[in-house]
Ligand binder design. Structure first.
Ligand code: UD1
Ligand code: CA
Length: 451
């Protein structure tokens, strides 16, 4: 299969009215990746694949997104929405110099598996001219029914055009279809619109192909693989299926999830072997956790790298640009953003570390705050190796603290601290012996006088 060239066409022109959204349907996310991105990923696996995306008019954000996710892809505008065959023809330019295989996928069917797409291409490789990805529907209502005769697919009948007998068929069209490149443009161009909806149905390629003596077949996938999304309830159902698959994959790859159903992943989360994830942890986009680390309960991570053997949380918040080396400890109610934390360093309680670097083995005391922002610019806090930052310190950036320095608890630090120095930045303490006792006597006498 790998030596066969591919042109993929992703249909995404629909407004998705039932989403009730200002954004095009295919931009809504599953696992923090827009659903069209999941479909693009399935075809980007094939080396040198041509990718065309059919978009609706006035969808500049979608065009921009496609440019970002699949830089080589072309976008084609379908001005009037006259049906799925009409949509494919919006990208007719890419069909003029045929690749071996043409694959048509729907942008709103994000859960399709690599294996299912491979099966469609396998059908083409084995000599079929048209291959439809079918599935057994629990409730076939609304789907195109696959009218089979043995291995041959005779026709696809849309719900509104189906006879009583055809409606009883439960083997349905997922919408994903493959065409032999040399016949695709000719066959799809010949499709008419004499049907209940007056639309150009891509599905008519089956009956038309069969009449022309082409080999038209169906291959199958599971229903979860081909679930389409029309509204936000279905979006949530697909999210749940996606999360379930991620949890399964992650556990089988050597990660312990204590309560899998409470852990949420992004499409790109990477966890090393022997990582343990406690309950109620959320992984936003761009997180890598190395071997043996433990993410404790109620932590939220995004755009973060966690080094091997580190201990994170409970209740830690790691934001984009947090890069933690091996064996770091980040404890409860600690927020870290755009900061490097060296090997073995500890930030265990109630701190904000932003735009900073912390050297290896440094200890950041409870309540330490890096003051990185003055309302206009962001500034860096650089803490060396083996430092000890006392509790409730306020580090006003830009600031450098040399290796091995001590900061006394409660200090406000505004000037650089040299290597191995002690900085104390707080008011001097004065103690007045017996003064509390005197005050108590005076206050009690005043109260007695009044009553
Ligand atoms: C389609 C199939 C049906 C299949 C079902 C699976 C046809 C005629 N019917 O029906 O057999 O069982 O999907 O979910 O193909 N689109 C455009 N431009 C258009 C029309 C559609 O880009 O003019 C896009 C939509 O954005 C969507 C996809 O094509 O991504 C499918 O269109 P939709 O109207 O949802 O088709 P269904 O009625 O669900
Ligand atoms: Ca649909």
């Amino acid at each position: 299969m790998s030596d066969r060239s591919l042109q993929a066409i992703v249909l995404a022109a629909g407004l998705g009215t039932r989403m009730r959204s200002a954004a095009p349907k295919v931009m809504h996310e599953i696992g923090n990746l827009p659903m069209v991105g999941h479909v693009l990923k399935r075809v980007q696996r094939y080396d040198g694949a041509g990718i065309a995306v059919v978009v609706g008019p006035q969808m500049p954000d979608l065009v921009k997104l496609v440019g970002k996710l699949a830089p080589g892809a072309t976008c084609h505008e379908q001005v009037d929405r006259l049906g799925t065959a009409h949509a494919v023809l919006a990208a007719r330019d890419v069909l003029k110099q045929p690749k071996d295989d043409v694959l048509v996928l729907f942008g709103d069917t994000p859960l399709v598996s690599d294996a299912a797409v491979d099966r469609v291409r396998g059908g083409l490789a084995s000599g079929a001219d048209v291959v439809v990805l079918g599935f057994e529907a629990v409730d076939p209502f609304g789907y195109g029914r696959l009218v089979m005769k043995g291995d041959a697919l005779l026709a696809i009948r849309e719900e509104k055009d189906a006879t009583e007998a055809e409606r009883a068929i439960t083997f349905c069209n997922s919408g994903i279809m493959g065409f032999r490149g040399t016949i695709a443009l000719d066959l799809i161009s010949a499709i008419g619109n004499t049907n209940a909806k007056g639309e150009y149905y891509l599905t008519d390629a089956a009956e038309l192909g069969h009449a022309r003596g082409l080999k038209v077949i169906a291959v199958s996938a599971s229903e979860d693989d081909v679930r389409g999304i029309n509204n936000r309830a279905q979006l949530a159902e697909c999210e749940a299926i996606f999360q379930k698959r991620m949890r399964q994959d992650v556990m089988l790859s050597g990660v312990t999830l204590q309560a899998p159903e409470t852990v949420f992943f992004s499409h790109d989360t990477v966890l090393g072997v022997d990582v343990t994830v406690e309950p109620n942890v959320v992984f936003g986009p761009g997180v890598t956790v190395e071997a043996g680390a433990r993410i404790r309960a109620f932590s939220h991570l995004e755009g973060t790298h966690v080094g091997a053997g580190s201990l994170i949380g409970p209740y830690a918040r790691l934001r984009p640009g947090a890069v933690l080396a091996a064996d770091t400890h980040v404890g409860n109610f600690v927020e870290i953003k755009n900061a490097k934390v060296g090997a073995g360093a500890k930030v265990n309680h109630l701190s904000y570390i932003g735009d900073a670097s912390i050297g290896a083995r440094s200890n950041i005391g409870a309540g330490t705050i890096t003051c990185n922002y003055d309302g206009y610019g962001k500034y860096k806090t650089e803490i060396g190796e083996g430092c000890f930052i006392g509790s409730n310190s306020t580090l006003v950036a830009p600031i450098q603290i040399g290796d091995g320095a001590y900061i006394a608890a409660g200090s406000t630090v505004t000037e650089a601290v040299p290597v191995d120095a002690l900085a104390i930045g707080r008011a001097h303490q004065s103690v007045k012996p017996e003064r509390a006792k005197e005050l108590r006597a005076r206050f009690a006498a005043r109260k007695a006088e009044k009553s």
